[in-house]
Design a protein around this ligand. Structure first.
Ligand code: CO
Length: 279
């Protein structure tokens, strides 16, 4: 059993996407890619001007987008006919496969919006699959709760609690953890996986080696290993996300992520010729 330590601490950059939604982007910039994860955005603001434009209709091919709302409401609509209103605590796990056009618009005009979007790569053999939209109501998700911690499980297993995403090729772990002051969160990860912690709020210490103090909204890449230990210096909230690397070449073109540049150009061509949407 190998202990897991901090490999890199990364401050997100401020970016804007969709119709001017302000967000903090970490994966997708630095690091460019953390196999199988292509992008991690944290969007959040109390100022409606930072989010009201939303994400009007746009295409995707070759990836999965996982949106997790912590606060506020978003409305999703896509070319498969799926529609859903996400409220605080809800998750949508969308497999874009060979082609989907979707929009994500705020269903709120005031108040605090806060959430995450994670992009998970798809292996070549799944990239042209039919799109699939999975909506997960907060109430249907397992939560492990004891006096020291509360863990909401979007994917993976903690004790008897299990997330709704099962049989997935990257064997994802996606936990939302709340840890009381001075308490420890111990968890066994697969040594083949790439894993990270994203500190939402608080102050934590990971592993046994010293590392610099981590601020809120910071990405912490972990070394490969089995035993993860996170200690809360003060009451803290963080995401733990882990997945099995796909190990294939990556060609990016905005919302299209394929294996080669030719495939990205094909996606652009299909989109402009109206040949894009898979149903
Ligand atoms: Co999108």
């Amino acid at each position: 059993m190998k202990n897991i330590e901090v490999s890199k601490i990364i401050d997100p950059i401020l970016a804007s996407d969709g119709a001017g939604v302000k967000l903090k982007r970490s994966i997708g910039v630095e690091p460019n890619y953390f196999d199988p994860f292509l992008m991690l955005d944290e969007f959040g603001s109390e100022n409606k001007d930072d989010y009201i434009g939303g994400f009007p209709p746009h295409p995707h091919r070759g990836i999965e987008t996982v949106t997790y709302m912590l606060n506020g409401e978003f409305e999703h609509e896509d070319s498969t006919g799926a529609k859903g209103k996400m409220s605080a605590g809800d998750v949508q796990w969308m497999k874009t496969g060979g082609g989907i056009i979707h929009s994500e618009m705020p269903a709120m005009s005031e108040g605090k919006l806060h959430g995450f979007q994670l992009w998970v790569n798809m292996p070549a053999k799944f990239k042209m699959n039919k799109p699939e939209y999975i909506y997960i109501d907060s109430k249907s998700m397992d939560i492990h709760k004891d006096t020291e911690k509360k863990i909401k499980i979007i994917a993976g297993k903690f004790g008897d609690a299990e997330g709704p995403i099962k049989g997935h090729n990257v064997e994802p772990i996606y936990f939302d953890v709340e840890l009381e002051k001075d308490k420890e969160f111990n968890f066994e990860l697969s040594s083949t996986h790439n894993s990270f912690v994203y500190l939402i709020e608080g102050e934590i210490k990971i592993g046994d080696k010293n590392h610099k103090k981590v601020n809120n909204s910071t990405l912490i890449l972990l070394t490969k290993g089995n035993k993860l230990k996170v200690k809360a210096i003060i009451k803290s909230k963080f995401l733990l996300i882990s997945g099995k690397p796909i190990g294939e070449p990556i060609a990016r073109g905005g919302p299209f992520v394929m294996n080669t540049k030719e495939e990205v150009l094909k996606a652009v061509k299909d989109y402009h010729s109206g040949n894009f949407v898979r149903k």
